[in-house]
Design a protein around this ligand. Structure first.
Ligand code: ADP
Ligand code: MG
Length: 346
């Protein structure tokens, strides 16, 4: 699907030609980027700040399927999921490096699409591309993004700071990215059986966008700063709400009560889950890839954010011995598990 009418063989440019071609339009925006692409290493200077570094590795066939992921979205998402980790530390993301492994099926035009997505993400989130690595791969596409950012020592938020009585909060809504993926997978199977059938994505724009074009929640980090709230703990929702809550509780040495009725689920997500015979709550708990921020705040900070429509308070932190619990809509108490919701389904 990345084969446009034009197809330029990457061999025509050579490795250095390719790097230059792909990166020459990226501007440097941050004073902290002293030296970007072009030397043996980038040089950064953060002037006394705590430095944040995070890396993700994405493999074709494992993390993405080019049958339905446009390359421009892939580039965009590869950057976003990585920035999300910096935001989850309550930090500001400033630089990325991008490393790619390309098999011979990728033309120059195809790689340009990936870099278009990377550039969109850099422009939108104010990020400098400061380096990377380029290699051929025997099979398929590999992309690895490393993001770098900073945070004031007094503002850094770890997973381990939740205290008893803290409120458990999450931004945006959950489960959409997982259901978007289910719809894309369904349409791919239909297409493979009969290529004449056009994909039926009507009314599913929201969840498909949640899957293909997630956005790191830098706006929530800014919002919390404006409200003068420093969360006591924070994590981004990449693997599903249940798994992330368990990380916070485990690392903080605490338990929690999560209320099913408080979990934010968009109507399209809800209806699609029902259509596919899935429980919407299970999709939110175990689906993943929503890249929302899950965090805990002190009770005294509650008045500052209680009216914000983009933040839901979904539970509170308890002592370790009471365990991690979900109170269902029918008032049943379930032990929160990262997966395996059979007891709860139906
Ligand atoms: P080295 O041999 O020292 O690893 P390279 O020739 O791989 O250097 O890279 C030259 C410069 O281009 C370096 O600054 C490197 O960070 C940058 N670079 C290489 N590949 C990429 C890429 N895919 N995207 C962005 N920058 C890249
Ligand atoms: Mg190199």
């Amino acid at each position: 699907m990345f084969e446009n009418s034009e197809r330029t063989d990457i061999a025509e440019l050579g490795e250095f030609g390719l790097i230059k071609h792909l990166t020459e339009n990226f501007k440097i925006r941050h004073e902290s980027s002293i030296k970007g692409i072009g030397d043996d290493a980038a040089v950064l200077n953060f002037d006394g700040k705590e430095i944040l570094v995070s890396t993700d590795l994405l493999l074709e066939g494992i993390h993405f399927d080019l049958a339905y992921v446009p390359l421009v979205h892939l580039g965009y998402k590869a950057v976003q999921v990585n920035l999300s980790d910096i935001y989850a530390m309550n930090g500001v993301a400033t630089q990325i490096t991008v490393s790619i492994g390309l098999s011979s099926k990728f033309s120059l035009e195809a790689v340009e699409e990936i870099y278009k997505g990377i550039e969109l993400a850099c422009n939108k989130f104010n990020i400098d591309l400061i380096g990377g690595d380029t290699s051929s791969s025997k099979q398929g596409l590999v992309i690895s993004v490393t993001s770098i950012g900073y945070v004031d020592k007094k503002d850094v938020v770890y997973r381990n700071g939740a205290r008893e009585g803290d409120l458990l909060c999450v931004s945006g809504d959950l489960g959409g990215a997982y259901l978007g993926l289910q719809i894309l997978e369904r349409e791919k199977l239909i297409f493979l059986e009969n290529p004449n059938i056009q994909p039926d994505l009507e009314g599913k724009d929201y969840i498909i966008e949640r899957q293909l074009k997630p956005e790191g929640r830098r706006d929530i980090v800014d919002l919390l700063a404006q409200m003068e709230i420093i969360p006591t703990s924070m994590i981004d929702v990449s693997d599903g709400l249940a798994s992330e809550i368990l990380h916070i509780c485990e690392q903080s040495g605490k338990g929690c009560n999560l209320y099913e009725e408080k979990i934010p689920i968009d109507p399209v997500t809800y209806e699609t889950a029902r259509e596919l015979g899935l429980d919407p709550t299970v999709c939110a708990l175990s689906g993943g890839e929503d890249y929302e921020l899950l965090f805990t705040i002190k009770q005294e900070d509650y008045p500052k954010l209680k009216n914000d429509v983009d933040i839901s308070i979904i539970g509170h932190i308890t002592e370790k011995n009471s365990g991690c619990k979900m109170i269902s809509k029918s008032n049943m108490v379930h032990e929160l598990k990262a997966q395996g919701w059979s007891a709860f389904k139906g």
